[in-house]
Design a binder for this molecule. Structure first.
Ligand code: NDP
Length: 240
């Protein structure tokens, strides 16, 4: 039986590349998304992968959505927590809503999805959870106290849950992408982006499929001895 994988925010950008990579690995893949119906429809038409809509920052909606996926597709073996948003601004200009939405969706989404999926993985003694963090959660970033805090939290969440899953064959890892050429980065002003690219040793933005390959490996059978780790895929922009 093919493993079942769910990728949150899977209908575009990095998530879409992850869906396609896991499908190519032979998994039965489903994507989740927030509400961009046009992208979701195009995604399903082009990839043949089903897309389910709910807000991962909403606890009950996530529990209900995952129950529906398990009912219609099967028990979830692989969870990729990829859904994320930015609401940038300096602390003085950032509203409480901008803080709260970013933490609720980026970090709270990981908790909600894990609550829905972890127990089944543990009971079946096999599971893979891959959380998409960020270079900006490792290094911080001007104008992103909300996003940096949420992504940094993901790295702590990963290490803590890895300890709970280890004895049950459930690995939990994170990937910290650098700057990748998706819609999220397209929103960065061009003059700011030029300065960012100048700081990337390989001299370019990353591609979504370069993140997807990392997920594919961590989600594979071969990844069973890797847990609690963070794989940085950032063109050398942040090394430690
Ligand atoms: P995009 O903005 O291109 O895509 C975001 C995806 O997440 C969409 O599918 C969107 O759905 C979904 N999404 C947003 N909010 C929710 C929500 N509340 N519930 C469910 N799904 C949601 O993002 P990227 O592909 O660029 O980023 C993917 C991940 O990688 C994010 O976690 C991001 O923080 C992280 N990352 C990205 C970097 C980059 O340079 N691009 C760098 C480092 C980390 P919909 O289409 O319906 O809106």
């Amino acid at each position: 039986m093919a493993r079942v994988a769910i990728v949150t925010g899977g209908t575009r950008g990095i998530g879409r590349a992850i869906c396609e990579a896991l499908k190519a690995d032979g998994m039965t893949v489903v994507a989740n998304y927030a509400g961009n119906e046009e992208k979701a429809r195009a995604f399903t038409e082009e990839t043949g992968i089903a897309a389910y809509k709910w807000d991962v920052g909403d606890h009950q909606a996530t529990m209900d959505g995952c129950a529906r996926v398990m009912d219609e597709v099967g028990p979830i073996d692989v969870l990729v927590n990829n859904a994320g948003i930015t609401r940038d601004g300096t602390l003085m200009k950032m509203s409480f809503e901008d803080w709260n939405d970013v933490v609720r969706i980026n970090l709270g989404g990981c908790f909600n999805m894990a609550k829905a999926c972890f127990e089944g993985m543990r009971d079946r003694k096999w599971g893979r959870i891959v959380n998409i963090g960020s270079i900006n959660g490792q290094a911080g970033q001007y104008g992103q106290v909300n996003y940096a805090a949420a992504k940094s939290g993901i790295h702590g969440f990963t290490k803590a849950l890895a300890q709970e899953g280890a004895r049950f064959g459930v690995t939990v890892n994170a990937i910290a992408p650098g700057y990748i050429d998706t819609d999220m980065v397209a929103a960065v002003p061009e003059n700011v982006l030029e300065k960012i690219v100048a700081r990337i040793p390989v001299g370019r933005l990353g591609h979504a499929d370069e993140i997807a390959r990392g997920v594919s490996f961590l989600a594979s059978e071969d990844g069973g001895f890797i847990t609690g780790s963070t794989l940085s895929i950032n063109g050398g922009q942040h090394m430690y």
